[in-house]
Design a protein around this ligand. Structure first.
Ligand SMILES: Cc1cn([C@H]2C[C@H](O)[C@@H](COP(=O)(O)OP(=O)(O)OP(=O)(O)O)O2)c(=O)[nH]c1=O
Length: 632
């Protein structure tokens, strides 16, 4: 997302937040970061006297939290994450460090100390970059801290106790939560509010800028603004090769200052103005005068207007196997790529340049090479390849979206437009009508399940279940992860015979595959196998409430009380800023299927009317969320 290009630098990396703090998860989630949560087991018992300042203590604790998680994850599957983030928040008053209170009396003594005074809240943050060499973890630690000053009003004993009895102080440093009831205790805050809540997001983004866009010394200028302090910025129009990353840097620096990178009209004119000012050494003051006279640049609309072009550029590059070609070679010129894939040089050059602008390729004077993101997700045989899903989007979904207008007017899928007849049986008549379309669809589903399976499988502790049945489990990709995660679990994949016939094309010879059985059948028509845990991964979104009722009632009748039902779906949530995928996916369901994406509330209602209770949801931060419930 253009709004936050620096967060986008972490896309495609396995990012782990080593913290159980729901506030930290929420702050990073709302910044659009995708990450896993693995709470640290590091005991926060460092000797405070050994640190000369409170923030050094917070920094060391944050670092130890992150390193403990990195080490544990590396030991567990010899696959370290790419980035682990640890944080520690403390309150400091009169030279003393306050952490979370042990009990109510302790909370009272903390809050009494803070009463009527100013104190500091420090959060230490450690960003640990991990790599593995011969199964050994190698780490590079970057750390920083942020200080925010908070002043409490003069508070009565009665109010303090009332606040303590609310229960809010117990899991919070200093015994208060400024974001909730504790906000009433506070007279003023100087500094970053989110730092008090547990994570200094602004400083974190600046640190990422330092890490991912390190400035070359001679590129830095100090640009003076009229009313804002001087900031470091970059020469925008340097040479052609480095232009794109510098402009990203420009956007990021501006964003962190709350400015729009294009606030002076069109992007080109802003660039020219800045360069002219750099050259002449004059301040930027005139720029802000112009802002008032011009309409703000609708960056988000331009992004949406360009969205389909960007998608299609990536689709075509995948279809032509550009990323596969570049995987094996270090760097290729456009003419070599064109020769390999039998395409025009001028056309390929445009495509490669567009892919470079989209950060899928790197370009230097020697030619083009894959970015890390492309190597990981766009090469067709990479472990987490999305190639099959992209081909499905290009060859199939794209056509449906050209009929979106009719779908919206008619309120129904557009199979009749694509296949020239109404689909009687959704899957048989559409995705599975030929071997080629069937394999393409299976490949697409296989891709999605591979990148989401681990997060779905570990969203809840499923170790209490001995047998699971993945209804519509396609190629068995989720089953493979489940048996790896849970050594005592046996999984039956219940799928249409047509699908099972072709699963050999997708079978990894993974550990534990003897605990996976494929059983042919149609979950609407046939008896379903008995199991302790039923799984429906991306199934319910294909169907209307009526069909879901048939399926859930069948599962409910088959399973014993105490059995589990795990759903993996994109859950609609208005509050989630990065939740737009789910809303777009719901449109996709309209043009293609009988179903839709649903909110947590809608799933809960569907499940509860078939006797499933204790409905819990985990937003995994990955494509699919997980919902677990129990049969009563
Ligand atoms: C001062 C203050 C702290 N806090 C919270 C932020 C942190 O979650 C917590 C401080 O404890 P931490 O030890 O920093 O974090 P944690 O125990 O919640 O999570 P983990 O150790 O797994 O990372 O206090 C607020 O939510 N509001 C506040 O106003």
């Amino acid at each position: 997302m253009v709004l936050c290009p620096v967060i986008r630098k972490l896309v495609g990396k396995r990012v782990v937040l080593a913290s159980a703090s729901p506030r930290r998860q929420e702050i990073l989630n709302s910044a659009g970061l995708r990450f896993e949560v693995v709470p640290s087991r590091f005991k926060e018992t460092l000797d405070k006297a050994a640190f000369s300042t409170p923030y050094e203590y917070a920094l060391e604790t944050a670092k130890q939290k992150a390193l403990e998680v990195a080490n544990r994850m590396n030991k567990k599957d010899f696959r370290s994450p790419d980035v682990v983030i640890g944080a520690d928040t403390i309150v400091s008053v009169d030279g003393q460090i306050l952490e979370k209170p042990a009990d109510k009396q302790h909370a009272y003594s903390m809050l009494s100390r803070l009463n009527g005074k100013e104190h500091s809240v420090f959060t230490g943050v450690a960003i640990v970059l991990c790599s593995t060499k011969d199964k050994q973890l190698e780490t590079e630690v970057f750390e920083f801290y942020e200080e925010t000053k908070v002043k409490f009003s003069d508070l009565s004993e009665e109010l303090l106790w009332e606040y303590i009895h609310s229960g809010e102080p117990m899991d919070k440093a200093g015994g208060y939560g400024i974001q909730s009831l504790g906000g009433m205790l506070v007279e003023y805050v100087h500094g970053d509010f989110l730092n008090v809540v547990g994570f200094p997001l602004n400083h974190f983004c600046k640190k990422l800028v330092e890490l991912y866009y390190p400035p070359s010394k001679d590129a830095i200028h100090h640009v003076k603004h009229d009313s804002v302090p001087s900031v470091e910025t970059f020469e925008v129009l340097s040479d052609e090769e480095s232009g794109s990353s510098n402009s990203t840097q420009q956007n990021v620096t501006s964003m962190l200052k709350g400015e729009s990178a294009f606030s002076c009209g069109d992007p080109g004119s802003l660039r020219k103005k800045e360069v002219a000012q750099h050259v002449s050494g004059e301040p930027m003051a005139n720029c802000s005068e112009n802002v008032e006279n011009q309409a703000p640049f609708p960056t988000i609309l331009i992004e949406l207007l360009d969205g389909f072009k960007a998608s299609k550029a990536m689709f075509v590059a995948c279809k032509l196997k550009v990323f596969d070609l570049l995987k094996g070679k270090d760097i290729l010129k456009a003419k070599d790529v064109a020769a390999h894939i039998n395409a025009s040089v001028c056309g390929i050059e445009r495509l490669l340049d567009a892919c470079t602008a989209l950060e899928l390729l790197n370009k230097t004077n020697e030619g083009y090479s894959n970015t890390e993101l492309a190597n990981k997700f766009l090469v067709s045989d990479s472990e987490y390849s999305l190639h099959g899903f992209i081909i499905h989007a290009n060859d199939y979904v794209w056509q449906f979206f050209t009929h979106l207008e009719s779908a919206v007017k008619e309120g129904t899928n557009q199979n009749h437009q694509i296949f020239e007849k109404k689909a009687q049986n959704l899957f048989q008549d559409t995705f599975y009508h030929s071997r080629e379309t069937k394999l393409r669809f299976m490949n697409a589903m296989h891709c999605i399940i591979k990148v989401t399976a681990r997060d779905v499988a570990t969203a809840f502790d499923l170790s209490g279940f001995r047998s699971a049945c993945d209804l519509g489990g396609c190629t068995g990709a989720l089953a493979h992860v489940l048996v790896q995660e849970y050594p005592d679990l046996h999984v039956t994949v219940f799928e249409l015979p047509d699908v099972i016939e072709n699963i050999s094309c997708f079978q990894p010879l993974g550990q534990g595959s003897s605990r996976i059985t494929f059983t042919p059948g149609d979950f609407f028509k046939d008896n379903i196998p008995k199991a302790d845990l039923y799984i429906l991964s991306r199934i319910l979104h294909d169907w209307s409430d009526d069909k879901i009722d048939i399926l859930l009632s069948k599962i409910s009748d088959t399973c014993k009380p105490g059995s589990g039902l795990l759903l993996a779906e994109m859950v609609l949530d208005k509050k989630r800023r990065h939740g737009r995928s789910a809303w777009l996916q719901s449109l996709n369901m309209l043009v293609q299927t009988e179903g839709k994406e649903r909110s947590c509330f809608e799933y809960r209602c569907l499940l509860e009317r078939h006797g499933f209770r204790n409905v819990q949801i985990v937003q995994t931060g990955n494509w699919l969320d997980a919902i677990l419930c129990t049969k009563c």
